[in-house]
Design a protein around this ligand. Structure first.
Ligand code: F6R
Length: 361
């Protein structure tokens, strides 16, 4: 049932305020400015003993894991990184008893992720699952974890589950942070930020008509570049993946800082750039990148917290706490990919060559 929407993708994008509300519900503890995650099976002493966090997933879940790793490193000050589960599995990684492994999956059935979990468990590692589908294979295999409560996702490409997974990671990072060195006041600040998300998502979705017009304008492009730095880089990767999956437009994502090391050679009027430009400590650096693109007559669509002069168009998103900004910045680009694909007449819910869950190697 599409509930009045023309596609599941549109329905699922539109549901994100409620979905984020669900992942937050019952988990916030105002008394200690922390988060309760009943299913982690990780007590405070064990949480303090973690020396590294390694996050494993595929596709969109891998991108959500990249943001998760940044959140954990920033809020809990534990070295953390994300890696595609398939790559991890085949490079004979060192499995370390002081590392917390986290497997991320919407379906909970992705074969490469499941196989990585099984290999890790066989070697005695502790593995958590961050999963949407309750009772799925990865949820069952993991030592503990959290459900992201996005609700059923039918469209082949993931949207609301991406957002909810990133929010779930913010909760995990806050939980680990408050057991370690994150202050009460930072805990409070982030909890307030989390509580603002559903209303801010609704505000972004209200801008759909403007995003649709922009998408129609850019739909003729053969190829698009997506750039961002640090928190904005995984957002750029995910936006680029979404666009290529459903519109079949070629898209690349780069850290803005890498442009001058090669991809700048591609910039010309026919190759538009989508730039993630949050109001954070890298704002001036990001603006400098926009200038370099403009100097080569490249068209720029910015996603930012305020109008960007160097950009041809800006989608302005509401500001949250800096650490939480990536949660919101990807949402207008889901709509952008959607309306680009729609303008091109694509089969949005069932893009060619793709399956919803990849249960083979
Ligand atoms: C992208 C997409 C895929 C999945 C990937 C992992 O829109 O849907 O990239 O994210 O196949 O799937 P899960 O999260 O079910 O493990």
């Amino acid at each position: 049932d599409m509930g009045g929407h023309d596609t599941y993708m549109h329905k699922e994008i539109s549901e994100q305020s409620d979905a984020v509300d669900r992942v937050l519900r019952g988990r916030i503890d105002d008394r200690f400015s922390t988060v309760h995650l009943g299913g982690l099976n990780l007590d405070a002493r064990e949480a303090r003993g973690i020396r590294r966090v390694k996050i494993l997933g595929c596709g969109t879940s891998y991108h959500a894991g990249m943001i998760g790793a940044q959140l954990i490193e920033e809020l809990a000050r534990i070295p953390a990184d994300a890696e595609p589960a398939s790559e991890f599995r085949y490079r004979n990684p060192v499995v370390d008893p002081d590392t917390l492994y986290v497997a991320v999956s919407q379906s909970g059935e992705t074969y490469d992720v499941l196989a990585a979990v099984q290999e890790l468990k066989r070697k005695g590692a502790r593995v958590l699952g961050v999963v949407n589908v309750v009772g799925s294979a990865i949820a069952r295999e993991a030592d503990g974890g959290m459900y992201v409560h996005a609700g059923p996702e039918v469209c082949v490409v993931s949207t609301k589950c991406f957002t909810n997974t990133v929010v779930a990671f913010a909760l995990l990072a806050l939980h680990l942070g408050r057991i370690r060195d994150l202050s009460v006041s930072d805990g409070k600040r982030l909890i307030e930020g989390l509580r603002k998300l559903p209303a801010q998502i609704a505000e972004i979705l209200e801008g759909e008509d403007d995003i649709k017009k922009l998408a129609e304008e850019y739909a003729g492009a053969q190829s698009m570049m997506f750039i961002g730095r640090v928190r904005g880089y995984p957002v750029a990767l995910e936006a680029s993946l979404k666009l290529k999956e459903i519109s079949y437009i070629h898209a690349e994502a780069y850290p803005a800082s890498e442009l001058k090391h090669g991809p700048l050679a591609l910039i010309e009027p026919a190759l538009p750039t989508v730039a993630i430009v949050p109001d954070d400590e890298l704002l001036e650096k990001n603006r400098a990148a926009l200038e370099e693109i403009k100097a080569r007559s490249g068209r720029i669509l910015a996603v930012a917290h305020r109008e960007q002069e160097k950009a041809d168009h800006t989608i302005v998103v509401p500001k949250n706490e800096t650490e939480l900004d990536p949660i919101l910045m990807g949402i207008p680009l889901q709509l952008f990919a959607y309306h680009t694909a729609l303008a091109m007449g694509r089969d949005i819910d069932k893009p060619r060559n793709l399956a919803k869950s990849v249960t083979v190697e």
